[in-house]
Design a protein around this ligand. Structure first.
Ligand code: MRU
Length: 348
C-alpha cells in the first residue's frame, strides 16, 4: 500500500479520512488540494505530512520552467508559506519545506527548468529516505522487543503515517517479520480515532494480532494485560527529549511509568527540533470543537458547550525510556544523547 505517490507530475494519495470503510485514492496537480489534504488529515502522520508538503512545493512550482527569476522566488515563497500554514506541530513539515526551499534557491540562477527538475528529485529523495529511515528504526527498535510481547501503541505510526513501514508500528512489524510473537493493544485515539480506524486496519492487513481498546481502558490494560512495552511515534522532539505526539500520549506515558513498563518513542531525525530547548516551546495545534462535540453527523455534546481540543500533548522526557531513531536508540539523559546524535547543541 502506497499512502502517497508521485506519478507523472501529479500526487496520488490515499484519503485517510475514509478509512477503514473505503480505500479511495485522490490524484491532484494542485498545491491547494495538497495543503487542504494535510489540513483535513486526508494525509497525516508527521513523516507523511513532510513528504506530502515536499510534493506540494513541486506542484506550487508547476509553471517554473517558463518563469523568470523573480517569479520563481515569489512562487517559491508563496508555496512554502501555504504549506507551512497547514498544521503547526509536526517538525517534519517544516524540515521538508525548508529542504525544498534550499534546493530551489541554489538552482534559481540556472533557470526554471533546473529548479523544477531539482525539486522533483528532492521530493523523491525525501520520500525514499523516509522509507529507509523507517526500515532502520524497525531494525534498531526490534532489538528491544522480547520474543513474546504484548505492545501498546497510540495513534497511527505505520505505512499510513510515513513513506515506509512506519516508526513505532515499523518496530512491531519488523519484530513480527523476525518471527517474534508480537501482539498489539491499540487504543482508539479519540477524537479522530487514528488507533481504531487506521492502526487496527494496518495491523490486520499485516496479520499481526491486534486488540482495540477505548482510550479509557488504557489504565486497566496496563494493569491486567501483561504489556511488555509501550511504543509511540512523535511529531516534534525538543533538544531535551520532551516529545510532542498525538493527544493522549502523555497519559499513556504516565500510566506506563506507574506500572513499571518501558515507554519508547520512535521517530526519524527529521522529527527532532534542537532549536527548541524543551517541550514548553513546541507549538500545539488546537482543532475544531466539532471533532469532539460531534460523532459523524450526530451531536454528542450540548450545543455551544465549550470544548478544548488540542491535537497533541507533550510527554516530559523523564517518562521516556528511550528514543528509537534511524541512527540508533537514544537513552537518557537525552540532552546529552540528542546533542551527541546531531554532533552539536545547535539546531537540527
Ligand atoms: O494528527 P495526526 O494523525 O497527524 O497525528 C499523528 C501522530 O501523532 C503520530 O503519532 C506522529 O505523527 C508520528 S507518525 C509516524
Amino acid at each position: 500500500m502506497n499512502s502517497i505517490e508521485w506519478i507523472n507530475g501529479r500526487v496520488r494519495f490515499l484519503d485517510q479520512t475514509l478509512l477503514p470503510g473505503e480505500e479511495r485514492y485522490v490524484e491532484t496537480n494542485d498545491i491547494n488540494a495538497v495543503a487542504e489534504a494535510i489540513r483535513r488529515l486526508q494525509v497525516r502522520g508527521a513523516p507523511l505530512i513532510g513528504i506530502a508538503a515536499a510534493y506540494g512545493v513541486v506542484l506550487g512550482m508547476r509553471d517554473a520552467p517558463s518563469a523568470s527569476g523573480e517569479a520563481l522566488e515569489a512562487a517559491l515563497d508563496a508555496s512554502c508559506a501555504l504549506l507551512t500554514a497547514t498544521r503547526p506541530t509536526a517538525k517534519n513539515l517544516f524540515w521538508a519545506v525548508e529542504r525544498m526551499r534550499s534546493v530551489a534557491r541554489l538552482k534559481i540562477h540556472m533557470g526554471g527548468e533546473d529548479v523544477y527538475r531539482s525539486l522533483v528529485s528532492e521530493a523523491g529523495a525525501i520520500h525514499s529516505e523516509d522509507a529507509a529511515m523507517c526500515a532502520a528504526i524497525g531494525a534498531h527498535g526490534s532489538t528491544l522487543v522480547p520474543t513474546d510481547a504484548v505492545i501498546l501503541t497510540h495513534c497511527n505510526t505505520g505505512a499510513l503515517a510515513t513513506g515506509g513501514i512506519g516508526t513505532a508500528l515499523g518496530i512491531v512489524i519488523t519484530a513480527h517479520r523476525q518471527g517474534k510473537s508480537v501482539s498489539v493493544i491499540a487504543d482508539e485515539t479519540r477524537p479522530l480515532l487514528q488507533g481504531s480506524r487506521l492502526t487496527a486496519w494496518e495491523l490486520q492487513r499485516e496479520g499481526i494480532p491486534v486488540t482495540l481498546i477505548p482510550d479509557t481502558a488504557t489504565a486497566v490494560s496496563f494493569h491486567k494485560k501483561n504489556i511488555a512495552m509501550a511504543i509511540v511515534g512523535a511529531d516534534r522532539i525538543a533538544a531535551n527529549g520532551d516529545t510532542a505526539n498525538k493527544i493522549g500520549t502523555y497519559g499513556v506515558a504516565i500510566l506506563a511509568k506507574h506500572h513499571g513498563i518501558p515507554f519508547y518513542v520512535a521517530a526519524p531525525t527529521s522529527t527532532f527540533d534542537c532549536g527548541i530547548i524543551n517541550g514548553a516551546a513546541i507549538p500545539i495545534e488546537e482543532r475544531s470543537r466539532d471533532e469532539v462535540a460531534m460523532c459523524g453527523p450526530v451531536m454528542v455534546a450540548p450545543r455551544d458547550v465549550h470544548v478544548f481540543n488540542p491535537a497533541f500533548d507533550v510527554t516530559p522526557h523523564e517518562l521516556i525510556s528511550g528514543i528509537v531513531t534511524e541512527r540508533g536508540i537514544l537513552r537518557p539523559p537525552f540532552t546529552e544523547s540528542i546533542a551527541a546524535l546531531f554532533g552539536t547543541r545547535g539546531a537540527a
